[in-house]
Design a protein around this ligand. Structure first.
Ligand code: UDP
Length: 140
């Protein structure tokens, strides 16, 4: 299995509850290595650009409100089959549907305030990493 990278966000509901370390530990315990990390407060423009694929969906406005409601931690994660590994430890979008032991089952508050984002493909991981990080900010 190839070592690849994915992009993660620890969302405002999790930073508000001081869960950055707890969430990161679950990512690390799942075999992912944090090779870049920074805490930022997303601008409206950044959030709308990041979620542009969802702009026709009914939850788009509220999602952008939520993602700009407090600090987030953006991270690049590295590991074997990183996209799938991260999606597996994140759990389903709606915490009600998420499996036991996943980040969302453990910490998410709702389908919107669901504690973490993770890229859904290698192609999107590359785009999302480049959206937030310069190459020199990633130290593998
Ligand atoms: N979301 C929401 N309402 C919905 C579906 C999604 O607020 O009905 C939010 C939620 O925060 C989710 C994000 O939009 O994480 C992106 O949705 P997607 O379907 O891509 O889910 P994910 O890949 O994050 O599991």
């Amino acid at each position: 299995m190839a070592v690849t990278r994915t992009f993660s966000i620890i969302k405002p509901d999790a930073t508000r509850r001081n869960l950055t370390g707890a969430v990161t530990k679950m990512l690390e315990d799942a075999g992912l290595r944090v090779v870049a990390s920074k805490r930022i407060h997303m601008t409206r423009e950044q959030a709308e650009g990041f979620y542009a694929v969802h702009k026709e969906r009914p939850f788009f406005g509220e999602l952008c409100d939520f993602m700009t409601s407090g600090p987030v931690v953006v991270q690049v994660l590295e590991g074997e089959d990183a996209v799938k590994r991260n999606r597996d430890i994140m759990g389903a979008t709606n915490p009600k549907d998420a499996s036991e032991g996943t980040i969302r089952k453990t910490y998410a508050e709702s389908i919107e305030a669901n504690s973490v984002h993770g890229s859904d493909s290698d192609e999107n991981a590359k785009i999302e990493i480049e959206y937030f990080f310069k190459p020199e900010e990633i130290v593998g």
